[in-house]
Design a protein around this ligand. Structure first.
Ligand code: BDR
Ligand code: CA
Length: 316
């Protein structure tokens, strides 16, 4: 199996991602690290531990990470409910996080892995930026970073910026210059992968606590704008789609493109600027001197394929 580490801010859809990752036979989840985002970092740790217990995977090491972004003040995402995970009334976890901060656990697990690790950040990139700046030697044992963040077209936190990048733009900029192969699973594909209402209903009736939890979380996730009231239970896979893209890379269509984060104050801050100018060399032609890192940007997703993969895995 592929060794993976998920860095998350659980988070309704981060929880969906964890439920999938721990049940996929080709993924070996080596560790999970937590960062402030959807809710404060202690809430993220609690939610993460609870999800793993419900999923029947209580032994994966979980570490607490950054309490706040590098420069921005802390700001949570109210859409995930007061506990950051949909207020489902889940039990408190039985265990504690490991006695080690997220950066230390990330370093340990990455360097200890006999085969290179795939990192899957589904949250603001603060922990990953701190890791890259503190222990740059880890990049030699990172296979690829597949991150949920950014948008080619439309944002969510602002008209142009996606939440994870907007929350900590400097951290996202550090990530992009890490010099390792990278896939951006941005909002353009993120919002499209929706599980239909009757299927969500079926999951909610399951006798397996992990499957049931996936159903309850999906019922809390908004479906795509414009869906009918009959679809009240339909829900987006969100962050879980990024993990699907690791398990089944052929489910997304990517293009290697230059990506840069706007760090300017004002309305563009946190925007991912994806250079889709048609002719290679256009930039040089116009005298632009900078070299922008190249990222495999997900431009299309096979929705049915990812929904099927998700259900097969979570209901197994
Ligand atoms: C991202 O923001 C969070 O609210 C979600 O968990 C996801 O990671 C989408 O912009
Ligand atoms: Ca998230």
């Amino acid at each position: 199996p592929t060794p993976v580490i998920i860095d998350c801010d659980t988070g309704v859809d981060d929880a969906l991602a964890l439920l999938f990752a721990v049940r996929h036979p080709a993924l070996d989840v080596r560790a999970i690290t937590c960062v402030a985002g959807n809710t404060d970092v202690d809430g993220v740790v609690r939610n993460t531990l609870t999800v793993l217990e419900q999923a029947g995977a209580p032994d994966i090491p979980v570490a607490r990470g950054a309490e706040r972004p590098l420069i921005e003040p802390p700001r949570t995402a109210p859409v995930h409910g007061s506990d950051g995970m949909g207020d489902l009334g889940l039990p408190a976890p039985a265990r504690q996080p490991v006695d080690m901060d997220a950066v230390t656990l990330l370093r340990r697990e990455i360097l200890a892995s006999p085969t290179p690790v795939t990192l899957i950040p589904t949250a603001p990139l603060t922990n990953i930026a701190l890791l890259l700046r503190t222990h740059p030697e880890v990049t030699r044992n990172i296979e690829r970073i597949v991150f949920m963040g950014g948008a080619v077209e439309v944002g969510n936190a602002t008209p142009v910026a996606e939440f994870n990048v907007w929350h900590d733009p400097e951290a996202a900029a550090i990530l992009l210059t890490a010099g390792v192969p990278m896939t951006m699973y941005g909002l353009d594909v993120f919002t499209r992968v929706v599980v239909p209402a009757p299927t969500v209903h079926r999951l909610r009736e399951s006798r397996d606590p992990g499957t049931r939890l996936a159903g309850d979380l999906l019922a809390h996730r908004p479906a795509t704008p414009g869906s009918s009231p009959d679809d009240s239970e339909a829900g987006g896979l969100g962050d879980a789609g990024a993990v699907c893209a690791v398990a089944d890379p052929a489910g997304i269509t990517t293009r290697l493109l230059p990506v840069e984060v706007s760090l300017a104050p004002g309305p563009t801050r946190g925007q991912t600027i994806v250079d889709r100018r048609p002719r290679p060399g256009e930039a040089e032609h116009h005298g632009e001197a900078r070299t922008t890192p190249l990222v495999d940007v997900a431009l299309d997703v096979d929705v049915d394929r990812f929904v099927k993969l998700y259900l097969e895995t979570v209901e197994r």
